[in-house]
Design a protein around this ligand. Structure first.
Ligand SMILES: Nc1ncnc2c1ncn2[C@@H]1O[C@H](COP(=O)(O)OP(=O)(O)OP(=O)(O)O)[C@@H](O)[C@H]1O
Ligand SMILES: [Mg+2]
Length: 237
């Protein structure tokens, strides 16, 4: 489904060069929930951005659904991104002047879905996340957890295969964060989506079946918990 071979990323030039990723190899299959951990600056966001076609590797090969996407043009990258990925960030990134439903349907404007179907599709995903009653509110009328659910709804509205979540619980209290991770777990268990999540929180990471440990731009450990060993509804803490 998704394969990185010898992926490196260098930012900047000359003396100010930073090697954010060094020779990363990685394979991820449908139905995997992968957590990425490591200290600040180790390259988690860089890795997620390259996987999500938000950024381009300096060297190495990235194969997505059997196609080489390592060096796509900006336009092709945007197309792949919109079709294949949903993104959830620490700062919920909702647009303040739009309602919940308008925020959630924003990605549909760029996806070729006819306008008459936007509302139905947006409400459908809000319903699945249990927040259809919030559809006409504005982001500043929501709690943090509700805002993150809306952001997840927006990430899902195009029915992407892969959800990229960069510190999705970073701005939430523990209980609310746990609920948000449960929503992501459900996507993996019930819909066989891929979720790739970066976090500093060991309790959040423990909900994933697979944990990547990064140090200084490298994946130094990649361990998979055998199926059945993880309880999705009662996280180990
Ligand atoms: N646009 C950029 N230009 C230059 N250097 C960058 C850029 N983005 C990231 N870096 C550097 O690349 C390295 C990896 O950064 P990255 O954001 O991937 O780390 P991270 O693991 O996500 O950290 P955090 O936990 O703080 O979010 C860091 O040294 C960072 O300073
Ligand atoms: Mg980061």
């Amino acid at each position: 489904m998704l394969e990185l071979n010898g992926i490196s990323k260098v930012y900047g030039q000359g003396a100010s060069q930073v090697e954010a990723l060094r020779d990363v190899d990685l394979n991820i299959s449908p139905g995997e929930f992968v957590a990425v951990m490591g200290t600040s600056g180790c390259g988690k966001t860089t890795l997620l951005n390259i996987i999500g076609c938000l950024d381009t590797a300096t060297s190495g090969i990235y194969t997505l659904q059997g196609k080489d996407v390592s060096r796509l043009s900006l336009k092709d990258k945007a197309r792949v991104r919109n079709k294949t990925f949903g993104f959830v960030f620490q700062a919920f990134n909702l647009l303040a002047e739009y309602t919940v439903l308008e925020n959630v349907t924003l990605p549909l404007r760029y996806s070729g879905v006819p306008k008459r179907r936007w509302k139905e599709q947006g409400l459908g995903v809000l319903e699945r996340l249990g927040i259809a009653d919030l559809s006409s509110r504005y982001p500043d009328q929501l709690s943090g957890g509700q805002q993150q659910r809306v952001a997840i709804a927006r990430a899902l509205v195009n029915d992407p295969e892969i959800i990229i979540a960069d510190e999705p619980t970073g701005n939430l209290d523990t209980g609310t964060g746990r609920e948000i991770v449960s929503v992501l777990c459900d996507l993996v268990e019930k819909q066989k989506k891929i979720v790739i999540l970066a976090t500093h929180d060991g309790a959040v990471a423990s909900r994933a079946q697979r944990l990547l440990q990064m140090v200084d731009g490298r994946i130094i450990d990649d361990s998979t918990v055998p199926t059945g060993a993880v309880s999705f509804s009662h996280p180990a803490e």
